[in-house]
Design a protein around this ligand. Sequence first.
Ligand code: GAP
Length: 439
Amino acid sequence: MPANDAMDKLVSLCKRRGYIFQSSEIYGGTGSVWDYGPLGVELKRNVKDLWWSAMVHQRDDVEGLDAAILMHPRVWEASGHVDGFTDPLVECGSCNRRFRADLDEVLAGQCPVCGAKDAFGEARSFNLMFKTFMGPVEEAASTIYLRPETAQGSYVNFLNIQGAARQKVPFGIAQIGKAFRNEITPGNFIFRTREFEQMEMQFFVEPGTDDEWFERWLEARLAWHQSLGIRPEKLRVHPHGPDELAHYAKKAVDIEYEYPFGWKEFEGVHNRTDFDLSRHQEYSGKRLEYIDPGTNQRFLPYVIETAVGVDRTMLVALVDAYREESIEGDERVVLALAPALAPIKAAVFPLVKKDGLPDVARALHDGLRSASIPSFFDLSGSIGRRYRRQDEAGTPWCITVDGQTLEDRSVTIRDRDTLEQVRVGLDHVRGWIRERLDG
Ligand code: GAP
């Protein structure tokens, strides 16, 4: 399928089913900012919960943090963002639109919007941080930034967390939170947006052990992506060449995914050395060294960072799950999301609206919900239509209450992907689903 068609279909499904809407749509939309609807917000929570579970709850050596979005402005001087967090920008002399100078079309000398040839002015650096003012006075002294990454909150809290949690190096700090970048060329739906959420982990290690930890974390992150059901053949590792390395990195790789618009970054794994801690030590005047309790040696740890977007993970999950199939001449669109990611785990349908079937189905639905299994009750339309709606929503199991239920208290459970149907006793449905969610 051509890239544009594939993305258009996904965008339209996301709107139709309540995953993702354009921000402020009734006003014509806000450029590259998106709102998550009822199913989108559930998918987002599932992504974050699975990341938090793998990175914090299942480990003894990573602590959680939720640092504020607004930080002392000196943080961004120390981190290098005030001077260095820029993209090269050019303006088309014909249509006055601005683009990143490194876009393929721009490098080829043609304006991507009006098509004018060789009409670009000189490239200049454009800082991607959003600026605002703190307090009632709009002056340079009160300038403050919306953070462009969560990482800095972990560096400035390094000693707070190490001391409070009585951690020893090596250990990590994990955060999930909003970040903002005034991207010049956002796009591809939620791939590159101006407001997004990051899931970042900074792992502090003794210098000399950094290469080994880098490899360990890269492996752990690839395993996590596959645990979400992402097809392994759609993932690859791209090491950064010297011209791609960020100002803070000794080594960096992108875990890339093959989106409909090509292989692009999904997650970054970076060896940031002691760049950030040493800069914060210098700019704040506070010692940030770690004292090894065994040797009493003082040192600034190196940092291995894993950094992935929540929205980017959702895009990968949605793209990877989207299928169009023909079943015995019937077309269906299905989102084959891993059950752990699926916003609704089960949909409960009475086959017909009579003979007391709706009451039995409603009781089953309530029982699932009270067992914290997100469930959806639907009695409108033919059973085929109800299945199709849930296939598009990504619901793994549809449960039908029918005439036989009244005789032997069993229901059918239909699997979204294989379409197989099994009969399960009413009292075992919860356990049947829980086993598959936890297993
Ligand atoms: N702390 C390091 C850091 O921020 P990055 O590679 O700039 O590194 C990390 O960002 C991840 O955040 C990316 O791999 C991507 O998943 C996500 N991300 C970055 N910019 C984004 C944007 N404008 N929109 C959506 N996600 C973005």
